[in-house]
Design a protein around this ligand. Structure first.
Ligand code: DCP
Ligand code: CA
Ligand code: CA
Length: 368
């Protein structure tokens, strides 16, 4: 395979960083974002925590009660997850990242792979510069830090991004692969879980370097051909998986901050229509149709309000979108007396355009 350059961008302590952005006064305290199960006050698990909280041993997955215990003498902030809010920030950041990629692969709410081979002419210095531009863009536009790994493939880019966090930028050039990978623990390799780690441990393999030295035939005997070969290749930093665009997103949205807090419908609608144009152009690029329209209002006191409407049949035009947005804002205006600080619009229940055509064709019968 021709030499490639792949970036992995992962947002730092994502949910907690979104909360810090919403309320900067909590930044220096431990911030713990929780999924409350609702049984008792503290039952549930930690979704994530900022790096201040991590110093006290608080991390994703531990019980909330345990996190409270670890932070019992510290002035700290516990908050419930607000996925909708994080999703909107994520959507906008993904658009920034997409604009810097030849091929873009969205892997999760806070990370994506970017193949940048063409635009950097496969030059690592160019790629490092681009990675810094991406970090600067995300920070300037969305006030969030991320960590970026740059390498010859997805496997290496991912490990590189993980190794230096938060706000990291790690470049691994092909000739540095061996030096970079050898000392790492095998757990750093995607696909090596606790069980595999234990198995490898009994074989005397703890580091990626030791795994690279281990006889590949023996690995195949122990783990089967597919996994054995994968572990061997991974230990050498070899990975041919292409960066690939994933299926359609669940929603397309835009949100923006108004110049000043207002209840003026004309001002709000003017900005809302501008957001509609942006969302709609993205919808066209994706060749999708929509069935739901939502609006968001973040009030002066930062409370979040939304209204939505779902149609029975998918729509694909801008007029319906704008008309519905207008209706929803008018409805909100009548029902609530808050001043808007930020507003947003969203299209969801998305489907491929062909689906709509196919449905119509099958409904009316194929006239051929
Ligand atoms: N998440 C979760 N439960 C987990 C792991 C993650 O709810 N067990 C959520 C919260 C995270 C988000 O997914 O903010 C992204 O997960 P990451 O693994 O990337 O972790 P963070 O972004 O929180 O931290 P890091 O700075 O280590 O990337
Ligand atoms: Ca992350
Ligand atoms: Ca992640």
């Amino acid at each position: 395979m021709q030499s490639r350059i792949v970036l992995l961008v992962d947002l730092d302590y994502f949910f907690a960083q979104c909360e810090e952005r919403r309320n900067p006064s909590i930044k220096d305290k431990p911030v713990v974002v929780c999924v409350y199960s609702g049984r008792t006050e503290d039952s549930g698990a930690v979704s994530t925590a900022n790096y201040v909280a991590r110093k006290y041993g608080v991390k994703s997955g531990i019980p909330i009660a345990l996190a409270k215990q670890k932070l019992k003498d510290v002035d700290s902030v516990f908050l419930p997850v607000d996925k909708e809010f994080y999703r909107e920030i994520s959507d906008r950041i993904m658009e920034i990242l997409r604009s810097h990629a030849d091929v873009f692969e969205h892997v999760g709410i806070d990370e994506a792979y970017l193949d940048v081979t063409q635009r950097t002419k496969a030059d690592y210095q160019e790629a490092e510069r681009l990675a810094q531009i991406i970090k600067d863009d995300v920070l300037a536009q969305e006030q969030l830090t991320c960590s970026v790994g740059v390498g010859p493939n997805k496997l290496v880019a991912k490990i590189a991004a993980d190794i230096q966090k938060p706000d990291g930028l790690t470049v691994v050039r092909p000739h540095e692969l061996h030096v970079f990978l050898s000392p790492l623990h095998v757990r750093r390799l995607v696909g090596v879980g606790r069980k595999t780690e234990q198995k490898l441990e009994t074989l005397g393999v703890r580091t990626v370097g030791q795994l690279a030295q281990f006889d590949v035939q023996k690995l195949i005997e122990i783990f089967g051909r597919k996994l054995g070969t994968y572990f061997h290749n991974a230990s050498l930093g070899v990975d041919d998986e292409p960066v690939q665009e994933r299926g359609e997103p669940e929603s397309v949205s835009r949100i923006s901050t108004l110049k000043e807090n207002t209840r003026d419908s004309a001002v709000i609608l003017d900005e809302a229509y501008r957001l509609c144009d942006e969302v709609y152009s993205r919808l066209l690029q994706l060749e999708l149709v929509y069935r739901s329209v939502s609006i968001y209002v973040v009030a002066g006191d930062l409370s979040v309000h939304s209204r939505s409407k779902t149609f029975e049949n998918p729509a694909s035009d801008l007029e319906t979108f704008k008309k519905t947005v207008k209706e929803l804002f008018e409805k909100f205006h009548d029902e609530s007396d808050v001043e808007a600080r930020r507003i947003g619009v969203k299209l969801s229940s998305l489907a491929k355009k062909e689906t709509l055509q196919k449905q119509i064709t099958s409904f009316f019968g194929n006239s051929k």
